[in-house]
Design a protein around this ligand. Structure first.
Ligand code: CDV
Length: 305
């Protein structure tokens, strides 16, 4: 029997400066789609907030400026070209962006768009890091809790080309629950984007570990849940904040099979064998045979000695 394979690309982006027009940013994304098409890619994954600079890194005082970072209609007049290019190339993609929902609520969102440019799945970020209030003396802010609501769609799974796909966004990748809930929903491939500063103002001891912890989270999630995980960075120095790269395609074995080498726009392409998910789930990670949720409880009282 032929194994199920997909050709996938992580489309890492370098920084998006405040001075960039939407047309300039879109041209970069379309160029990556075109490169991916030459490599025979079927699914391209773009980072978190791929249409704008990562504005939670500073306090935006001006109301109009703040609201210019959110997109209400997708595709809208200034994103249509990306959807048209993808349809032309018959390429599916995952795109992270700041969403103003129908009811004007604000979310950090990712969508899965099929090769005919139809949005077939939407995820709104659940684990929002950072603060609601400005942190005085911090070299940069993380105001995600100020600018976004906690996602209200749960961790859904969508079938596309016989593959069950789940989405997550940035900080979600550090939480075991993200992968486990998606795996319990049947996800075989998790696509996520991130904007991760190279330093952590409130935990400087972790600065030397930022790249390691990025890969550790995704490799562990992939292995412990027998899934493919594609993690894609917005990298480089954006408006004074240095962000890590390291976009990686992680196998159900926990291995990184392809990784970005730069901090700029870079395409990382590989074939992924989806039957590897089935093989791992039949063996060491057969949830039905070996997982024992009925025995999982916290011991809240100290054990008498
Ligand atoms: N955009 C993010 O969610 N970034 C967080 C940082 C702030 C720690 C991350 O987990 O990478």
């Amino acid at each position: 029997m032929r194994s199920r394979t997909l050709t996938v690309s992580a489309a890492q982006l370098g920084p998006i400066p405040l001075s960039a027009t939407r047309a300039e940013t879109l041209a970069r994304l379309i160029k990556l789609l075109e490169e991916a098409a030459l490599e025979g890619t079927q699914l391209v994954v773009f980072p978190e907030a791929a249409l704008t600079p990562f504005f939670p890194h500073w306090l935006v005082r001006d109301h109009d400026e703040l609201h210019s970072y959110y997109d209400k209609n997708l595709p809208g007049t200034d994103t249509q070209a990306l959807f048209d290019a993808a349809r032309e190339l018959q390429m599916a993609f995952v795109l992270g962006y700041a969403e103003r929902a129908e009811d004007n609520r604000l979310f950090n969102t990712a969508v899965l768009v099929d090769e005919n440019a139809n949005i077939i799945h939407r995820y709104r970020k659940i684990h929002l890091p950072g603060f609601d209030a400005v942190q005085k003396d911090a070299p940069f802010q993380n105001l995600e809790k100020r600018y976004f609501e906690v996602g209200n769609l749960g961790f859904g799974v969508q079938s596309w080309r016989k593959t069950k796909i789940g989405l997550a966004i940035c900080n979600d990748r550090r939480w075991a629950e993200t992968y486990r809930v998606l795996a319990l929903g049947g996800a075989e491939l998790v696509c996520l984007g991130y904007n991760t500063p190279a330093s952590t103002p409130h935990l400087p001891e972790s600065d030397r570990l930022v790249d390691f912890q990025n890969h550790l989270s995704m490799q562990a999630g992939a292995y412990q849940n027998s899934m493919w995980v594609i993690g894609v960075a917005k990298a480089g120095t954006e408006e004074g904040v240095s962000q890590i790269g390291g976009s990686a395609i992680n196998a159900p074995s926990g291995e990184i099979v392809a990784v970005a080498r730069t901090l700029g726009d870079e395409l990382v392409t590989t074939d992924i064998d989806l039957d590897m998910v089935t093989r791992y789930r039949r063996d060491v990670f057969s949830f039905s045979q070996h997982r024992r949720p009925e025995h999982y409880r916290s011991i809240t009282e100290p054990v008498a000695r």
